[in-house]
Design a protein around this ligand. Sequence first.
Ligand code: AQP
Length: 327
Amino acid sequence: MKRIFSGIQPTGEVHIGNYIGAIKQWVELTAEYDCIYCVVDYHAITIEYEISELRHKTLDTAIILMACGLSPDNCKLFVQSHVPEHTELAWIFNCVTPIGELERMTQFKDKSRQHRANINMGLMDYPVLQAADILIYKAGFVPVGEDQVQHIELSREVARKFNSRFGDIFPEPQAILSLAPRILGIDGSGKMSKSMNNYIGLLENGDIIWEKLRTAVTDVNRVRRKDPGNPELCNIYTIHRAFSKDEELIEIDKGCRNASIGCIDCKKILYRNMMEELSPIRERAESLKKDTDYVRDVLKNGAASCREMAKKTMDEVRAGLGIYYPV
Ligand code: AQP
């Protein structure tokens, strides 16, 4: 079975961009692939964070993943720092990764602008740790949102550089994109992001979700109700693609283009479909929150089994590097 790896940072409230761009397909892909998913807490410390909250956010993020449908029956789920071989391999990968490649990463440039007071090595090294996360399990496929594609390309390059110098150990992983790989924030400007106040949280209550949807930016060229709109330019339509059925999408597309439906009508349909999908997720999350011992057990067992795999890869890596090892 082909192997998949992907991760999510416990940096804040999981939002519908994370869900549509990544998590929803993570669950679907478990039917066909050997899947490993991870809450990447060491990535989360590359920006300023509240020390007292990291632990809870890590557990909450795992709870959301499980509420969305991941379980020990269909994947391995664990916390990145519980498998220390990830950071060990990242160090080795540092030694084959050109600094120039890291400096040109879009996420590094964006985050450096957002966190001017703390542009640390970890922020620049983020994609190298990500390459280690993926390659330590020799995963061939990585389901991510569009913002991460550049990092997956870098993982391929790291694998190539390592293999050409130290032996053919790693595959070159490929990104898998969902149908809606880039969801904009409700203000319509940048990417919907946990660290920006522009998101719709997956577990937010219905009234808040509606209020955010109601005021969310649509096709900016559609100023008056009677103006025809262009669904291709509308973030709300992109979100519809993930929540609404094909027949309904065709109707909305047509109605928007000939102005027979307005943006508020369109948002009402989206709201109904979203709540239909998100309500059971919210209920499962509530019940998992009451049984955190179970969630902790899942993460512990996931880490134990991933660690065995990671150790095997590290044995190959050390042999390839010519590292002295007492026998
Ligand atoms: N707006 C988005 N549209 C589509 N996919 C998205 N993803 C994130 N935002 C969008 C995808 O979600 C997965 C997990 O993301 P992450 O937590 O690892 O980090 P991120 O990409 O940096 O997400 P955020 O929400 O923007 O977090 P912060 O604000 O902490 O930086 C990834 O596959 C990502 O592509």
